[in-house]
Design a protein around this ligand. Structure first.
Ligand SMILES: Cc1ncc(COP(=O)(O)O)c(C=O)c1O
Length: 404
């Protein structure tokens, strides 16, 4: 079936985080966003990483039928759930996951918290690569650990890992864990096999456990292929916990169900013990299981259309900015639906930049600095939205930038 992704659906009244509150910015507080007919002058929210598209029709059908059943008691994840996830990953990423390697988690961020708690002692250092998905920082500091960044290199050919710096940082015996963001949020890089191998060799050499956050694995822009970290070889698979989820892929983040894949039995046992001790392991939300199984089994057609549309949004943004706001620089999008734009050419400080985007243009973006100090002067656009919304946001930004 063909999905109408241009349609703006009113998310007001659904307690959508993206459409009802803005906590990320300097100008936080409740918001009254632009309505679906675009006639209002409220803000256009393009921050939190969910999509303004309904999930695939087979998901909606499966949910309706599950709701009709009427009983929502304690529910286990059935084999068919794991089969659907495993089959999807095998088909799309050529990675065969034995069922016993996989466990469910109530979201990737909670999984990261559990993993850091399981494998780090207070005082340990955890390696990340800024600018990076900022909730990583809290998963580290909440466990009494220290964030150590090996910043990405912002080169002429795009972002790259700084292997010399990584080697030096990883050699600190206090660094026990590294969190890899693959594909990388916010810079949109899809790491190549050789880059992952070099990263993994460094971590293995220094006894640093890798937690690979692969939540964006399915969101590949044309010409890019995702490489699963655990496919690098057994010595890499033996030293990694992989977080995957259907939440970004099928716009199901509110379902709070994701997957953790741990090939190494000893690590798996330790992680699962921690999960059991928190009381989190066990029952599942039956609607989440239903939705996700349907998405993995029948969501492919929808995803193909959504990716094509997001790629069209990226082209629209890039062309518009190149033609009308050349002071900004758009980072090439290889994967994810999050686009990293350099506003430093405007030469505004942080406060003035936030005032310009949030208050004057009324376009709610994720402020670059929250991803680490390397993000100062950048903004992250969420491109998973109907194009009319994107066009309006771009026009508003242009208008305010012309006034500078
Ligand atoms: C890299 C990355 N990890 C994790 C998450 C959130 O995962 P969850 O909603 O499953 O906690 C996001 C959301 O944007 C993300 O970009």
């Amino acid at each position: 079936m063909s999905y109408d992704l241009n349609r703006i659906i009113d998310r007001n009244g659904t307690a959508s985080m993206k459409w009802s509150a803005y906590h990320g910015g300097s100008h936080g507080g409740p918001i009254n966003p632009i309505g679906p007919d675009l006639s209002g002058d409220g803000p256009v929210p393009m921050w939190v990483a969910d999509m303004d598209f309904p999930s695939p029709q087979p998901v909606l059908d499966a949910l309706k039928s599950r709701i009709d059943h009427g009983i929502f008691g304690y529910t286990l994840a059935p084999d068919s759930y794991f089969d659907s996830a495993i089959n999807w990953i095998k088909k799309h990423h050529d990675w065969e996951i034995p069922k016993e390697w996989m466990t469910t988690t109530p979201g990737v961020v909670p999984a990261l918290h559990f993993a850091v708690k399981t494998f780090c002692q207070a005082g340990d250092k955890v390696l990340v690569q800024q600018p990076v998905y900022y909730p990583f920082f809290r998963t580290i500091t909440n466990s009494g650990c220290e964030v150590i960044s090996s910043p990405l290199i912002d080169g002429d050919d795009g972002y790259a890992m700084d292997f010399e710096d990584l080697e030096q940082k990883a050699s600190d015996p206090a660094v026990t864990v590294a969190i890899l963001c693959s594909p990388h949020n916010p810079v949109g890089r899809v790491w190549r096999e050789d880059e992952l191998r070099q990263y993994g060799e460094i971590c293995n050499r220094h006894g640093v456990l890798v937690i690979a956050d692969e939540i964006h694995m399915d969101l590949m822009m044309p010409g890019n292929t995702f490489y699963p970290y655990a496919q690098l070889g057994s010595e890499f698979a033996d030293n990694v916990l992989v977080c995957t989820a259907p939440s970004k892929t099928f716009n199901l983040a509110g379902m709070h169900l994701s997957n953790m894949v741990i090939p190494n039995e000893k690590l798996r046992r330790a992680y699962n013990n921690y999960m059991t001790n928190t009381g989190v392991a066990g029952g599942h939300n039956p609607l989440a299981l239903t939705a996700i199984e349907a998405a993995y089994n029948h969501g492919e057609e929808w995803l193909e259309q959504v990716i094509e549309y997001i790629w069209g949004n990226f082209q629209t943004l890039k062309t518009y900015i190149d033609q009308h706001i050349p002071q900004l620089k758009v980072t090439e999008l290889q994967g994810t639906y999050l686009c990293w734009v350099d506003f430093r050419g405007l030469d505004l400080g942080q406060d003035k930049l936030e005032k310009l985007t949030q208050l004057d243009a009324k376009v709610l973006l994720d402020e670059g600095h929250i991803f680490g100090q390397e993000g100062h002067g950048f903004e992250r656009f969420n491109l998973a939205c109907p194009r009319p919304l994107l066009n309006l946001a771009l026009e508003r930004l242009k208008m305010q930038i012309e006034k500078l």
